[in-house]
Design a protein around this ligand. Sequence first.
Ligand code: 5RP
Length: 218
Amino acid sequence: MTQDEMKKAAAIKALDYVEADTIVGVGTGSTVNHFIDALATIKDKIVGAVSSSEASTQRLKSYGIEVFDLNNVDGIDVYVDGADEVNAHMHMIKGGGAALTREKIVAAVAKTFVCIADDTKQVPVLGRFPLPVEVIPMARSYVARELVKLGGDPSYRTGVVTDNGNVILDVHNLEIIDPIALENSINAIVGVVTNGLFANRAANVLIIGSNEGAKIIK
Ligand code: 5RP
């Protein structure tokens, strides 16, 4: 199987977690695009979706799936999203697609976070994938200096503006032994909107696509 076929296998399996007559939380990225395509096949069974990005909103709407404002829903049972890296504790690095802040907000609301990924995303220690940090534009240089003090090597993702009008710093060369502590430390830097560590809010279910198909890790 190609990597994309593995992503697709994991995405289709995630339909098992979608209950009838509910509003589904939808993440962002190429794996989630497969999930949206799969969700479209059962769109008459769900009420609609809450989306974590303009890109996912457009794709959902193109299928005629209603997209609700998060402020107008009482709750979300299931949030389905991809990851750039995931460890054995279901801690993740996310934000390769620059949608980390809205992803983290929707994930916070959801009762169950279903992470869908191909098996290349599984790692023993997070940090080989550069950690995305969303930053208020005027704070970019200050935040970069603070990230260096934390042991990282930040680089400015040029040409990228998030859906919230902010910029992204990608932090290289981190070996993240304590993801919860680092998530909290980076979020405490003034000017940081949030960072791509999802450790305080880890996934509840991990579906991995591999050559053997999709397997549920937990
Ligand atoms: C976007 C994300 C994505 O979930 C992550 O980048 C994985 O993307 P893909 O499914 O394309 O591999 O966090 O901000």
